[in-house]
Each structure stands twice: as C-alpha cells, then as structure tokens.
Design a protein around this ligand. Structure first.
Ligand code: ZN
Length: 148
C-alpha cells in the first residue's frame, strides 16, 4: 500500500505514540470491537458527562492503520458534545467510502486526513474505521445510560 509519505509519517507517529491509549478506571460504557479480516482489536472506554464526551480511552492491538486511526479519533472527540463527535465521525466515514475521490476536510478531521489514501484500499477501510465504529457504539449506548 502506497500512501503519501507525509501522511505515512503522521500515521506512524500516532502508531508509535498513541493518544489516550490505556483504559481509564472511570467510564460510562465500555465496548470491544474486532476487525476479523485483519486481526485488529479495540477496547474503548467512554466517559460522558451529560451530553459531553469527558473522556475516551482505549487499548488495542492490530495494524498501524487501525491503531493510528483510533488514536486520531480519540483526540478529535475529546471534550466535544456527542452530536458534534458524531458529525466528525460522519465526515470520516464519508472520506473512507470515497475510494480516493475526496481528500477530507482538515478543519474537521485534522490528522484524520492522513488516512485519506486508505479509502483506495477497500480491505483496509475496516481497519481505519474500527476505532470510530467502537466510539459510535459506545456513544449511542452511553447516551441511553445517561437518560436513565
Ligand atoms: Zn488492520
């Protein structure tokens, strides 16, 4: 897989120095997602405070794309409202399903645009989306918890 070298660096940097990795003790909900086609696994703890993402921590194993993408995601959604976080996720999903036709909005996705090239490799899109789907699952479950 050939990605732009600058983007490659961003991905490797997140892979080597992942953000928010290491599960927190406090959480509203915990989810575990796997991507069997590559062997990637992510456990994610989400702590909500009302409708705000107070903390997202995670642990995982797998390829550099899955782990870097989860690192990028966890930093992007930190401190945002759940609705805002889900719009970022929407934007990232759109990028991943673009097959390389769009480059992504850096204002919204920040380091996430580094993964744009992955959209040209359908087999790897699931790797990139794993952490994001785990977050979405946790956010929807967490929101129900908060309403109880
Ligand atoms: Zn993978």
């Amino acid at each position: 897989m050939e990605l732009d070298s600058l983007y490659q660096e961003v991905i490797l940097d997140h892979y080597k120095h992942p953000l928010h990795k290491g599960l927190s003790a406090e959480k509203t909900v915990q989810v575990h997602h796997v991507n069997p086609s590559c062997g990637d696994e992510i456990t994610l703890n989400l702590l909500l405070e009302g409708d705000v993402v107070r903390d997202v921590t995670w642990d995982g194993v797998g390829c550099s794309i899955s782990q870097a993408s989860c690192s990028i995601m966890s930093d992007l959604v930190h401190g945002k409202s759940v609705d805002h976080a889900l719009t970022i996720l929407e934007s990232f999903s759109e990028l991943m399903s673009s097959k390389g036709s769009i480059t992504g909005d850096e204002e919204i996705l920040e380091d996430g645009v580094a993964l744009a090239g992955v959209s040209k490799f359908p087999a790897r899109v699931k790797c990139a989306l794993l952490g994001w789907m785990a977050f979405k699952d946790a956010a929807l479950q967490g929101r129900n918890e908060e309403k109880k």
